[in-house]
Ligand binder design. Sequence first.
Ligand SMILES: CC(C)[C@@](O)(CC(=O)O)C(=O)O
Ligand code: SF4
Length: 657
Amino acid sequence: MQLEANVKDFGLTYFGLSDKRQDVCNSINLVEPYQLPGITCVCGDSHTSTHGAFGSLAFGIGTSEVEHVLATQTLLQRKGKNMRISVDGELAEGVGSKDVILHIIGVIGTAGGTGSVIEYAGSVFRNMSMEARMSVCNMSIEAGARAGMVAPDEITFTYLRNRPLAPKGEEWDHAEAYWKTLKSDDGAKFDIEININAADIPPTVTWGTSPQDVVAITGKVPDPSTMSDPSKRASAERALAYMGLQANTPMEDISLQKVFIGSCTNSRIEDLRSAARIILAAGPDAKVAPNVEAMVVPGSGLIKQHAEAEGLDTIFKRAGFDWREAGCSMCLGMNPDQLAPGERCASTSNRNFEGRQGAGGRTHLVSPAMAAAAAITGKLTDVRKFFGADAEEKVAAGPKLTLASALDFLTEFTGPATEPERPSHTQTATTTSLPTASSGSGALLHPCITDNVDTDMIIPKQFLKTLKRTGLANALFFAQRFDPKTGEKTDFVLNKSPYDQAKILICTGKNFGCGSSREHAAWALNDFGIRCVIAPSFADIFRNNTMQNGMLPLPLSEEDCKDLAADAEAGMEIEVDLEKQEVRRSGKPAITFSIDPFRQHCLVNGLDDIGLTLQREEAITSFEEKRSTLWSWLDGFGYQGQKISVAGIKTGKKMEW
Ligand SMILES: CC(C)[C@@](O)(CC(=O)O)C(=O)O
Ligand code: SF4
């Protein structure tokens, strides 16, 4: 309702709930698509990275940053690291884009891409369809990266040509000529280079509670006792306990209760086709196993129509799958599509965090083909069992499918017909200043929580329905702090005195804040009273979200974090001095740190980014003019809304740059 009111106020194009195109935000833009090579695209959702498949710089941001973009057409950014991941050679049979990206995350880890923009290069990505590239770029965020991208090429241009919002005629020619220049120079230097041999990638599945916990489907549940790194071992033990798995169990022996085919990672037409093909290969009588409930959730209303025109829905329904309306559904379980405690699911989504698909639910991430195979056998299954001459015969004997073109389901674009109303009010982000020294007992998060503290854990989905930044203190680490049965407080550190008054949180695991862009994570910490989080590394979106709320995310070495945590555990008071850039404790030398001077200035003085940026209004307007001249197709095509000028929104605050 708030969104509807806002788009009306500001004359924005809106795909409402009754629009057949409405869906997961990361699919609609791509099917329609708003996305063009070379643009910068931001959205308040971490999987905006999906759009990098078009050769654009696309990344997720938090709520406050969205406000900044809407008010100023800009966003303050620091340059990311360049990372190139090349996968060359031939993929083995049964290995698809989901296996490729899961394997990559297994290789580099969920913090591997932190601070980076990944270019996916090499023959494997060059040969991928746009849909497959989208699935890969989508999960860049699970690799810790800000964004992922594939250089635009003929495959991109063919996909875009004739779509409703693509440039037309001469403008298309200009655009295409420009897009062809958007590739890395020969001999370009990257901060990080990873090379992977395609032949080394098996059909892949996750065993634990982080997307990096991957293993070949032919492999076994790993054995923590063989892990030498104690924090890795503790994390793995916790993950296995949560997942209800024994070390060394063959992955193919793991039985399931649910199968979910959907989400912004794998709900496009190709994904549905590849899952349906496995069902056909299993023969005309193939049915979802009796122990399993399986559902297919297309990514958008258009994809649903497309799949129905091809007859895919009939194949799914005949085999006993639920054929659902478009949406996020069981990817995060904000609606009743959830796992019950202890239930196990093969899911084509992107996150297997604790509680992600329902409190106590257990998620194994897989490709759509593997999910279909699992639904039929009732267990995690090597999809290659459904290949071979016999399978081909069964596919050939099955219903004849007509391949349709997505273009058949796209209508000419029409914007909102009504005259936009003038804005009735303006709202700006406000930040409170961080005291020069934030002191207090440092609460600690022991590594046995997990090596990667995700934002689903910091604040679970059931608290995301509020638009208010306050009142979320009790939602912080909800699953850890409150007993699910009794609702009583647990003995989690933040429930114990004096740590329940802590202003500083110390994390000794490897990474803090990965996953969802939900700014509620920063709001909940802030509302609890935490003003500074200290950790070895931070996920990019979370880091920005904390700063937007006047908090300090402080990266220190793993050693310093462990030392500080031990002192906090011993009850020692810890002080963070932002002006002097020191962390102090009595009786020990101060730990010095350095943060970006601009950020330091903003935090110390409680300055508001929007007000600061609006002081650059002239530069922004002149860039906008230049953009319209140089890249005219970016002005948008077919919009009937009214353009709101940067000057249209004022914060009314006087600020210094
Ligand atoms: C909460 C939801 C809208 C979200 O898509 C947010 C996000 O990833 O940024 C998620 O998957 O957690
Ligand atoms: S909830 Fe899942 S499907 Fe929806 S945007 Fe987030 S990751 Fe994508």
